[in-house]
Every structure is written in structure tokens, then in C-alpha cells.
Design a protein around this ligand. Structure first.
Ligand code: HEC
Length: 142
């Protein structure tokens, strides 16, 4: 099993457990991982096809400001981080995407993305957060 598959499996696990499972999930190595700010209060899709659609939609509509890994760019917002200005529960992210944040460059997408596409994007953002957690852990070990 390759590393790529492993972290996808971890992410799917995290998504499946939802709010209860995210706060103190034990890593494979036995370390406690802090997943605050990744609480899901909306039913996010967990199947690979939905997350793939979220990745595709994110790539088409979001990454030119937020960068492919969600770690900065012209938005200077880190979507892959766990601390969000406007709230990082899934319902808060949904509100940000659907209605935008007036007075900023973050526009509203409710008329150009379906509800499912927005949920798929949020599920994909969770994988970007998980990837950053794993990358930070790997970097700390070096
Ligand atoms: C034109 C550039 C642009 C595009 C396209 C864009 N954003 Fe943003 N986004 C921003 C900026 C700038 C902010 C910071 C707003 C602020 O100052 O609070 C932001 C903020 C956000 C936030 C809130 C972050 C926080 O800290 O609370 C989320 C979530 C977000 N964007 C998701 C998305 C998603 C998902 C898409 C694609 C559907 C998207 N954005 C497309 C520029 C963009």
C-alpha cells in the first residue's frame, strides 16, 4: 500500500467519523494528532468519486487564488490550515463559498456551483488539511 493511498484512507476515515472522530484521532505511529478546526456539522460525501469531483471543481474555480494545495496564493488565506477567519466547520465554509465574503475578493458561488459540488469541494479541502498535517509531521521528523 503506497503512502498516497494511506493518507487517502486516513482522510476517508476522518470524514466518515465526522465531528466525533476528528478531535483526537490516533495516528498510525501512535501519536495524537490535533484535528481541531476540521469539525464537520454537514454530511460531507466520503466516496472517492465525490472527492475527485471536489478536486476537479476546486482546481477549476478556486486554485488560481488559493493555489492547488490551498496554502496561500493571491488570497493569502491558508485553506489547508486549521484556523480560519470566518470559521472552519463545514457549515461555515459552506456559507463562505455560497455567499462569498462581501468587501473581500472572495466571491459568491451559489449560482455557479451546485450544493453537491460545494460539499464535494469542502470534502476535498479536508483532504488538503489532512495532507498538510501529514506533511508537517513528516517535516518535524527530519
Ligand atoms: C478571486 C480570488 C478567489 C477565488 C476564485 C476564490 N477565493 Fe476564496 N478567498 C479569496 C480571498 C481574497 C479570501 C480572504 C477573504 C478575507 O479577507 O476574509 C478568501 C477566503 C476564503 C475562505 C475563508 C477562509 C477563512 O479564513 O475563513 C474560504 C473557505 C474560501 N475562500 C474558499 C474558496 C473556495 C472553495 C473557492 C472556490 C469555489 C474560492 N475560495 C475561490 C479569494 C478567492
Amino acid at each position: 500500500m503506497g503512502n498516497g493511498f494511506k493518507w487517502i484512507a486516513t482522510v476517508l476515515c476522518v470524514l466518515a467519523f465526522g465531528a466525533g472522530g476528528v478531535t483526537a484521532t490516533v495516528a498510525a505511529e501512535g501519536e495524537e494528532i490535533d484535528r481541531h478546526g476540521m469539525e464537520n456539522d454537514l454530511p460531507l460525501p466520503t466516496d472517492a468519486a465525490a472527492i475527485e469531483n471536489g478536486k476537479e471543481r476546486y482546481g477549476a474555480r478556486c486554485s488560481y487564488c488559493h493555489t492547488p494545495l490551498g496554502r496561500g496564493g493571491s488570497s493569502s488565506v491558508c485553506l489547508a490550515c486549521q484556523k480560519y477567519k470566518w470559521g472552519s466547520k463545514s457549515s461555515a465554509i459552506y456559507a463562505t463559498i455560497a455567499a462569498g465574503r462581501p468587501g473581500t475578493k472572495m466571491g459568491a458561488f451559489a449560482t455557479s456551483l451546485t450544493q453537491d459540488e460545494m460539499l464535494n469541494i469542502i470534502a476535498y479541502i479536508r483532504t488538503l488539511q489532512e495532507k498538510k498535517i501529514q506533511d508537517d509531521l513528516a517535516a518535524a521528523k527530519q
